[in-house]
Design a protein around this ligand. Structure first.
Ligand SMILES: Nc1ncnc2c1ncn2[C@@H]1O[C@H](COP(=O)(O)OP(=O)(O)O)[C@@H](O)[C@H]1O
Ligand SMILES: CC(=O)OP(=O)(O)O
Ligand SMILES: [Mg+2]
Length: 402
């Protein structure tokens, strides 16, 4: 029998999301999440689709190596372990692929070296991705391991949006440019949005708002990314859970010269202690909404700053695209936080976009429109599925040669 299963590993800075899929029909066999890796309160939540059983493990999981081994044990308990002959390949999300990787890539030692070299520009993500790759290779050295890069979808950006306004020779020497991230999600969601509209992706222009813990916006013109809000690293752009997003670069000089902070301290401040968390002490939108409902002013201001930045990017991408067919919300906040969607689109009637409050309040896992039928620009919620997209790309690469 030919092997048709693909295991997908999506390692975040402190989490590991995974899915095991049978690519004959892209059906899920198992899925789960390890959260708060490295803390005392780690949690593994595993679901076996076949039996419908969900199991939870609470207690410290030290790193991504331990997390993946715990996941492998859970899969083995369900009889669909990593030692199964049905397993064809393992697909890995890799956040930073630089200019080098524009396609899904079979991982060998030289690919690992290149991903390692990119750690300085994705310090929260590439190390976790590498640990996942190394552990998976050790568990199944015989299997093809495929890297699917967050940056790949954005390599179509024209130089006018990819370049910063600095000396190009200096920029090239240090490979300073805007790479963009969450590309697997932007690709999948923009395509699914076209499907929701009943159109071909090559016919539509879409603004995708990927609002998770990390958050980014992209302008997708006829299926190709022409601009995105993240840059050299995933720090630029929108206000995020713990990242500041855009600020005047002189803030950094000022904090160093006047505030006496070291570069490492500023790096940690902007990546891990800013954004919603820095503004109000919480990075979870559920908690922020709860505080706002109780009249908390600090949480309300954090929310307003988050929305203001989002609106600025929506406006900018209207101008970049010229014609917009849809604005689409995705990822944890985008899929679940109706007040964020309502506030971000409020006042855009002049630009043809509006949200119907009743449609906006519907919850669910399906892609859906939340704009009134009369709106010139559709507004939609399209759940992202980075794991499915990684599995599809992995299977397309490995299945071919099998
Ligand atoms: N029901 C909800 N309402 C509002 N926000 C939510 C809800 N569920 C999740 N979120 C937000 O989604 C975030 C996680 O999004 P996710 O896309 O899973 O992020 P990541 O992949 O970056 O870990 C949480 O931090 C929280 O702010
Ligand atoms: C690139 C990035 O920000 O990823 P995440 O949202 O998973 O942190
Ligand atoms: Mg994510």
């Amino acid at each position: 029998m030919t092997a048709t299963r693909v295991l997908v590993l999506n390692s975040g800075s402190s989490s590991l999301k995974y899915q095991l899929l049978d690519m004959r029909d892209a059906s899920r066999l198992a899925l789960g999440l390890v959260e708060r890796i490295g803390e005392q309160t780690s949690r593994l939540k595993h679901t076996c689709v076949g039996t419908g059983e969900t199991r939870e493990q609470n207690g410290p999981i030290a790193d991504h190596d331990a997390a993946l081994k715990a996941v492998a044990e859970e899969l083995a308990r369900d009889g669909i372990g990593l030692d199964s002959p049905d397993l064809l390949a393992i697909g890995h999300r890799v956040v930073h692929g630089g200019m080098f990787f524009t396609e899904p890539t079979v991982i060998d030692d030289s690919v690992i070296t290149e991903i390692e070299r990119l750690i300085p520009v994705a310090p929260l993500h590439n190390p976790a991705n590498l640990t996942g790759i190394r552990t998976a290779r050790a568990l199944r050295p015989d299997l093809p391991q495929i890297a699917v890069f967050d940056t790949a979808f954005h390599t179509t950006m024209p130089e006018s949006s990819a370049r910063y306004a600095i000396d190009p020779r200096l920029a090239d020497r240090y490979r300073v440019r805007r790479y963009g991230f969450h590309g697997t999600s932007h690709a999948y969601v923009s395509r699914e949005t076209a499907r929701l509209l009943g159109k071909d992706p090559a016919e539509v222009n879409v603004i995708v708002l990927h609002l998770g813990n990390g958050a980014s916006a992209s302008a997708v013109e006829r299926g190709r990314c022409v601009d995105t809000s993240m840059g050299l690293t995933p720090l630029e752009g929108l206000v995020m859970g713990t990242r500041s997003g855009d600020l005047d670069p002189a803030v950094i000089f000022h904090l160093a010269r006047v505030g006496g902070m070291s570069m490492d301290e500023i790096d940690t401040l902007l990546n891990k202690r800013s954004g919603l968390f820095g503004l109000c002490g919480d990075n979870d939108m559920r908690e922020i909404r709860r505080r706002i409902d109780e009249g908390d002013q600090e949480a309300a201001l954090a929310f307003d700053i988050y929305i203001h930045r989002l609106k600025k990017y929506i406006g900018a991408y209207y101008a970049v695209l010229g014609k917009v067919d849809a604005i689409v919300f995705t990822a944890g906040v985008g899929e679940n936080a109706a007040p964020v969607r309502q506030a971000a689109i409020a006042g855009l009637e002049g630009l043809g976009a509006a949200v119907d409050p009743e449609l906006n309040s519907v919850r669910g896992d399906e892609a859906r429109l939340i704009s009134p039928a009369s709106a010139r620009v559709a507004v939609a919620v399209v759940p992202t599925d980075e794991e499915l997209e990684i599995a599809t790309q992995t299977y397309a690469l490995v299945g071919k040669s099998n």
